[in-house]
Design a protein around this ligand. Structure first.
Ligand code: N01
Length: 552
């Protein structure tokens, strides 16, 4: 495609939105609603983002469909029927396609198009976005709705390229049933949420399954099952009330089944009863209001370990499938009703890597310190370079040509999880230091996109100045993020992707704001209502449209 060069100072469009997952689709719609011209870019061939790429067998959401959905449109809430209380990947992707079509934003998206770079032009105040198809688009506002878990972690294992069989990543699973594992010997590396979901599905068809586990995870029952028609009717009655209610919660949702007792106020018999009720009711993670306190957390962790062990018949396997090294919640817990029992089948075997580490992947399979396991297929469920990985995958340069990689060399820094000092009018929904993966990502996508476009509306009404957070605000937000992380059991002591510990050499910073959705939402809108005191406003370069600049 020919490179298009508009006259200096003139944008091609008001807004560029990168990505078409939950946040991207809604951002495109919001832009249109506000009369802004917008272009969207998506590296996949369809909408869906994370739910487009992670099409592995067994992929489903563990936040209930009642909650994990858009609520901005009453019609969408009323016209979409979920088939399951915790929807699977294909259904969620269909839903996102339905919303994108209903909102008429599909036409705005260039698919199969990766954004390679985003550069801030200081003389014009525009962002210049360059794509893999050779196009350059200049815009006033850039919204990088690129997701938190969209940059797969490269397998850091010697010999990956030498394997003679088939290899797949859960994070980019081939579509349309093209993978056939019937009768094959399959090795799965990784036992996070993706590994826990894919292993039982593979075990249904494969001849032999070897699960290479470095760290065991907590696995609790799912909340999947039929939708409750009464609940659906209630949601449809007043979707906007539901939307408002979500924003008043800690996690951005109102899960079905939630304990309202405080663990430390119960006697021994009461604790045992409440733990068992929560396990049987599939809400063990939400059993107690004081579950974050160390004593309560330790008891919940022990209880889950016991329940997990009871599901596995072989004592060695049971012992090794249980996480002894971190408290419940230190890593992202997994949910499955079938994962642990899968190891009771004779053709499924656990390989405990702390005892027999992988030495190398060889042409015929995987060699550990104990043996070489012959394989036809290796499935990598090895996770993501989370949160900052997708940002670094784009070459972003802000004021003075400063790159985002340099700005974030010591870990992500931003204010309110959306804007970075030195990168004016660039917005990063679903990114670092937002409630992100510890909240309902669908609610977060709507909240952040609302905040971003309310901010854009404010800027347009004030002569389109450049807006960036002040360094002091970023420092304050870093301290706030750390302060709340310190209250979360295991957050700062467990090696997890929350803090970048899964990527060798990555800066260790806890990247999720744990202050709760309500507090986050209120803090964002306090800034807007008070004219952005935590930000710096730089006057617009357009003659006659400037405003008085002020520091934050
Ligand atoms: O990735 P992960 P994921 N050798 O990073 C192991 C969301 N999600 O794709 O823990 C051997 O959690 C690694 O071992 P260790 C959810 O937020 C949600 O499973 O680093 N093993 C770990 O076991 C989730 O948290 C849903 O010691 C290696 C695994 O690979 C996030 O996505 C479903 C290794 C990676 O686990 C990511 O989940 C799926 C190596 N060299 C995903 N490198 C639901 O809603 C890595 N590992 C249900």
């Amino acid at each position: 495609m020919m490179e298009h060069q508009p006259p200096t100072g003139q944008p091609d469009c008001d807004v560029v939105v990168v990505g078409s997952g939950f946040a991207g689709i809604y951002a495109l719609w919001q832009a249109r609603q506000r009369g802004l011209s917008v272009r969207g870019f998506e590296r996949g061939s369809d909408v869906g983002g994370t739910w487009y790429w992670n099409a592995y067998p067994g992929a489903r959401c563990d936040v209930e469909s009642y909650n994990y959905a858009y609520f901005f449109s009453d019609d969408i809430v009323r016209d979409w029927n979920w088939s399951d209380a915790c929807a699977g990947q294909a259904e969620i992707q269909r839903y996102l396609r339905f919303v994108a079509e209903r909102c008429e934003v599909v036409k705005d998206i260039a698919f199969n198009t990766q954004v390679l770079s985003a550069r801030f032009e200081e003389d014009t105040g525009l962002w210049s976005i360059r794509t893999s198809t050779g196009e350059t688009v200049r815009c006033r506002y850039a919204v990088l709705a690129i997701g938190a878990l969209s940059d797969p972690k490269a397998p850091d294992i010697p010999g990956v390229a030498d394997f003679a069989g088939e290899a797949y990543f859960t994070s980019s699973w081939p579509k349309h049933g093209t993978v056939d594992l019937h009768g094959k010997r399959v090795g799965v590396i990784g036992t996070g949420s993706s590994g826990v979901q894919v292993v039982p599905e593979i075990a249904k068809v494969a001849a032999e399954v070897y699960v290479f586990q470095r760290t065991a995870n907590y696995v609790t029952p799912t909340r999947a099952g039929p939708m409750d028609p009464k609940l659906v009717a209630a949601l449809r009655e007043d979707p906007q009330a539901v939307r408002r209610a979500f924003r008043e919660t800690y996690g951005g949702h109102v899960p079905q089944g939630m304990g309202d007792e405080r663990f430390l106020e119960l006697d021994a018999a009461g604790r045992e009863r409440a733990l068992q009720e929560a396990w049987d009711g599939n809400y063990i993670g939400l059993a107690f209001r004081d579950a974050y306190l160390p004593e309560a957390n330790a008891a919940i962790s022990d209880f889950i370990r016991g329940q997990m062990q009871a599901q596995v018949t072989d004592p060695w396997t049971a012992e090794h499938l249980v996480p002894w090294d971190h408290p419940y919640g230190g890593k992202r817990p997994c949910q499955s009703d079938v994962y642990l029992q899968t190891f009771n089948q004779p053709h499924v075997r656990l390989i405990a890597l702390p005892e027999t580490p992988i030495e190398q992947i060889v042409p015929e399979g995987i060699r550990t310190t104990a043996e070489t396991i012959p394989l036809d297929v290796i499935v990598y469920a090895t996770g993501f370079d989370a949160i900052s990985g997708p940002v670094f995958a784009i070459d972003i340069a802000g004021i003075g040509g400063c790159s985002m990689k340099d700005a974030w060399a010591d870990g992500p820094a931003n204010y309110l999880g959306t804007m970075v000092h030195g990168f004016p009018n660039l917005f990063l929904p679903s990114s670092a230091m937002s409630p992100s993966v510890l909240s309902n990502m669908a609610t977060l996508a709507e909240q952040q996109v609302d905040f971003i476009f309310d901010t854009v509306g404010w800027l347009d009404a004030h002569g389109r100045p450049r807006l960036q957070p002040s360094p002091a605000s970023q420092e304050h937000w870093r301290e706030e993020t750390l302060r709340f992380a310190q209250r979360r059991p295991g957050a700062l002591t467990t090696k997890s992707w929350y803090s970048g510990a899964n990527i060798p050499g990555k800066a260790r910073v806890f990247m999720v704001y744990c202050g709760g959705f309500k507090r986050y939402h209120e803090t964002c809108y306090r800034e807007l209502e008070n004219g952005f005191p935590g930000y710096e406003l730089m006057a617009s370069p357009q003659p006659g449209r400037g405003i008085q600049a002020h520091g934050g």
